[in-house]
Write a protein that binds this ligand. Structure first.
Ligand code: KIV
Ligand code: ZN
Length: 389
């Protein structure tokens, strides 16, 4: 089944893994607002929270479940009966519920966090996946710190999870430690060799500690993953999770290579990003791919000149495809005469070459005083006033 799916499922964990990171917490009401936007964006699964950990997550999950009837809603549980019961209760009203159960598998986590032997991890996986499955048919099992786990043991745990009813197997790169080649091979081998693997969906959940979360998620897709776990703006523990906007656009722009796309309405990527920035009060950096202020801004003369002739010279996607109204030609110290002339024409000034030369000289002088020259400054230059701030 992992290889028979015709699109990449987006499992959005902005409201769980994203929200649990410093500075990103949300009230239940804010989560509901964000969940509506995610559903509108077209994500396949929304992880609404960790019900056993907070009343606020229980409330948010119940409200979201009442409202969103066509998107699958997942909640997280440790391998503990009390967690699974709390999760099942929180999802009671949901039209499409999913229980997401996780357990660490790596030697470091087994020894220092769980204090469990391999056999105990296998037994706990079997017991808690089966318990989750007794409540709900859609069960995802995650092998926390999976990419730092001995591969033969990882395969054994996954086989047990599948045998006990898991329908999605998520192999997290919890510490953002893996590399594209490594995770591609890992997914290929697990899907080829683990009993039952072909009947479930394999999922990648990559963190960004080395700045590789999106690259690793794409490589996991090449290895056979058909679900990817992401967050808006890449928020999440430490350096964050794979950013949904980057992943979705990589699949779209390079579709000839991947032949698989998401079902997102990518024109909503920027509005969704901006909504999250407002809700949690955490702006993205200007040069953030896709959703940053500079993602479609051009200042240098050479680039602006190319853009004016044909935008494909310096843009690989159309800004309107991700929700920006247009590209931005920022006028500053690096801009050339062509861009200044173009802007002046847009403001209604048709200048002869000589006039343009003069204005361009004044423009250059102004750029020594300020970083950006805007339309008001150009108007002032044209009307002979003193431009500048
Ligand atoms: O990073 C991780 O391992 C997780 C799991 C709980 C899925 O977030
Ligand atoms: Zn995570």
């Amino acid at each position: 089944m992992s290889t028979g799916i015709d699109h990449i499922r987006i499992f959005d964990t902005t409201l769980r893994d994203g929200e649990q990171s410093p500075g990103c917490s949300m009230t239940p009401q804010q989560k509901v607002v964000m969940a509506r936007a995610l559903a509108e964006l077209g994500v396949d699964i929304i992880e609404t929270g960790f019900p056993a950990s907070s009343q606020s997550d229980r409330e948010a999950t119940a409200q979201i479940a009442r409202e969103l009837r066509t998107t699958t809603l997942a909640v997280l549980s440790r391998c503990l009966p009390s967690d699974i019961e709390a999760s099942a209760r929180a999802l009671e009203g949901a039209a499409r519920p999913r229980l997401h159960v996780f357990l660490s598998t790596s030697p470091l986590h087994r020894e220092h966090k769980l204090r469990m032997s391999k056999d105990e991890v296998l037994a706990s996986t079997a017991k808690h996946v089966a318990m989750a499955r007794s409540y709900i048919d859609d069960v995802e099992f995650s092998t926390e710190d999976g990419t730092r786990t001995e591969e033969d043991f990882l395969a054994e745990v996954i086989a047990v999870a599948i045998a006990n009813g898991a329908t999605t197997i998520n192999v997290p790169d919890t510490l953002g430690y893996t590399t594209p080649d490594e995770i591609r091979g890992l997914f290929q081998r697990l899907i080829a060799n683990v009993p039952g693997a072909k009947d479930v969906v394999f999922s990648a959940h990559c963190h960004d500690d080395l700045g590789l979360a999106v690259a690793n998620s794409l490589a996991a897709i090449e290895g056979g993953a058909r679900q990817v776990e992401c967050t808006v703006n890449g928020i999440g523990e430490r350096a964050g999770n794979a950013a949904v906007e980057e992943l979705a656009m990589a699949l779209k722009v390079r579709n000839a290579f991947y032949s698989l796309d998401t079902r997102l309405d990518t024109r909503l990527l920027v509005p969704t990003s901006q909504l999250l920035q407002r809700l949690i009060g955490m702006p993205v950096q200007r040069n953030k791919a896709i959703v940053g202020e500079n993602a479609f801004a051009h200042e240098s003369g050479i680039h602006q000149h190319g853009m004016l002739r044909n935008r494909s010279t310096y843009e690989i996607m159309n800004p309107s495809d991700v929700g920006w109204p247009n590209s931005k030609m920022v006028l500053g110290r690096h801009s050339g005469r062509a861009a200044v002339g173009h802007r002046l024409r847009a403001l209604g000034y048709a200048l002869e070459d000589e006039q343009l030369d003069q204005v361009f000289e004044q423009f250059k002088a102004l750029c020594e005083q300020q970083r950006v020259v805007d339309d008001d400054d150009l108007e002032t230059l044209m009307t002979g006033g003193v431009a500048g701030r």
